[in-house]
Design a protein around this ligand. Structure first.
Ligand code: SAM
Length: 223
């Protein structure tokens, strides 16, 4: 089964921003991070490179990493950036070489999120910041299987994971409205509700009624 962001109706609904909130939410998060011109900022799970283009436009030095060669090819056509194939859980970068990290709608896809957070901390310089946006679990049991929300956890759990890895949370914002807007656009385009639910992941016992997903933004600093 392909994941939600790999499906054509998703591309039509989001353009090439494969996440809720689009460029507007990223721009807002970057403001909160306060990165300075010329700083090296890596986008982990950069997809087709829309955020890399924004980083370049803002005067940062963008670096993109993705596990998918086809995503990296798209990113290369969009933006001049240093692009690397690799995974979140084993970053091919030196210790403390990055001023900033962006990771949007990717951590919840990871089979080893704790390992991924440890890697983020390793490659960040002291005082460097992470902008993390992701699907979160607001209520009820989590999703199973291969869907996009398989790794969604409550905001408090993600905050605790960040803190435990030496990434001090300086900002958390709930942007669940943006996930609802994206779901609405997909339904409006004719995607069946059952299909949308399947793309997000299997529900325990097949009953999704008690589960509420959301979307959140974290900024955290390496201490
Ligand atoms: C939902 S898309 C988000 C893409 C991009 N961050 C954006 O917001 O438009 C998830 C991206 O993460 C990549 N990805 C998924 N798991 C990954 C992993 N463990 N390591 C690196 N990249 C991963 C996928 O190839 C895909 O490009």
């Amino acid at each position: 089964m392909s994941l939600l962001y790999q499906r054509e109706p998703f591309r039509t609904a989001t353009g090439d921003c494969l996440r809720p909130g689009g460029v507007e939410l990223t721009a807002h998060g970057l403001e909160a991070c306060g990165f300075r011109t010329g700083q090296r900022v890596v986008d982990l799970g950069c997809g087709p490179g829309v955020t890399l283009a924004l980083l370049r436009e803002r005067g940062f030095r963008p670096v993109g990493l993705d596990a998918s060669p086809s995503m990296l090819e798209e990113a290369a056509r969009r933006v001049s950036a240093c692009l690397t194939a690799g995974t979140l859980e084993r970053l091919p970068f030196r210790d403390a070489c990055m001023d900033g990290i962006v990771c949007e709608c990717v951590l919840s896809l990871s089979e080893a999120p704790e390992r991924a957070l440890a890697e983020m901390r390793r490659v960040l310089r002291p005082g460097g910041r992470v902008l993390l946006t992701d699907i979160l679990l607001r209520e009820g049991p989590g999703r199973r299987g291969r869907g996009c929300a398989r790794g969604a956890v409550p905001p408090a759990v993600l905050a605790e994971r960040l803190e435990r890895r030496g990434l001090a949370v300086t900002l958390y914002e709930d942007h669940s409205r943006r996930l609802a807007e994206l779901a609405g656009r997909l339904l409006f385009q004719g995607v069946a509700r059952s299909e949308l639910m399947a793309w997000l992941g299997r529900c325990p016992e097949g009953a999704c009624s008690g589960t509420r997903l959301g979307y959140g933004l974290f900024v955290a600093e390496k201490v």
